[in-house]
Design a binder for this molecule. Sequence first.
Ligand SMILES: Nc1ncnc2c1ncn2[C@@H]1O[C@H](COP(=O)(O)OP(=O)(O)O)[C@@H](O)[C@H]1O
Ligand SMILES: [Mg+2]
Length: 316
Amino acid sequence: MTPQRAATGIVEGVVVVVGQVARDLVLAVDGLPGAGGSATVRERQEVLGGKGANQAVAVAQLGMSAAVVGVVGDDPAGEAVLAQARRDGLDVRAVVRRAGATTALLVDVVAGGERRLLEAVPDEVLLTAADVQAASGLLRRSAAVLVQLQQPGTAVSAALTIARDAGRFVVVDGAAREEGLREQVLATATVLRADAREAELLLGRELDGPDAVLAGARELVGRGPRLVVLEAGPAGNAAAWEGGGELVPLTGVDVADPTGGGDSFTAALAVALLRGEDVERAVRWATAAAGSTVQRLGGRPALSVDELDEQADRLG
Ligand SMILES: Nc1ncnc2c1ncn2[C@@H]1O[C@H](COP(=O)(O)OP(=O)(O)O)[C@@H](O)[C@H]1O
Ligand SMILES: [Mg+2]
């Protein structure tokens, strides 16, 4: 499963993330006001967000080059998030700017880590197949392609086709809504990762308990991907690959906000595998990354290789 690796153990090449780029407004409140009421915001962030951008930021924080294929509007928010992405070291040359408003996500986090999300996703800034085609050279040259499946199906399909034809290492996160696309995902993905709800959608049945999730992951490995990791609730994540499988427990952290846990997980899993880690270690590394991000408000990661190494050691 390991792609080419330089003699130094450092992987050359760019990880290209196909996915959402947004402006996140994160507000932490102790309680939500009723109609006509008001609440004091304890903490506020206005940052580059969106699942695609968050995955790319995580990849860059973990020491690999990252590029994004996505869309922002021609508004000041689009300008601001692109500027932040550049400061984060991301290659944003394949981020399209189109007339319209940049996707905005409003995340309310109430005490206790419960989250509410308001999403403003204008049609004109959705990723299209043509946007992906325009980045085909970048995708073909990449070390790996990460595809975030909450994007329009035609754009996802275009990315998968280009990546497959070029024989790329493909990591997908989520579950496509369209059944035909789910088949293409299984046929193309090297690594497939999904949260608990997406896992049930992928398998078309309820998954009652961690053993059922692990069995589901094994079943999906039989349908194409070399590694499948499915969220198994409080039991952790179920990983299955040819000839093996296990449940990897969560890190024992207090969850401040679950947002972005899966995005950090996916990005770290990809980087670990590209670095040549074995599957068991890579899943622990990814778990450590998710654990780090859920301790923080908002979906934006703050990862470091040293922290993940240390946390992964603890997970045994
Ligand atoms: N304490 C924890 N330690 C490690 N991982 C955690 C912890 N709590 C939640 N996670 C992981 O976070 C991930 C959340 O996934 P997901 O719902 O896809 O998040 P998002 O889409 O917001 O990025 C899951 O893989 C879950 O196992
Ligand atoms: Mg997710």
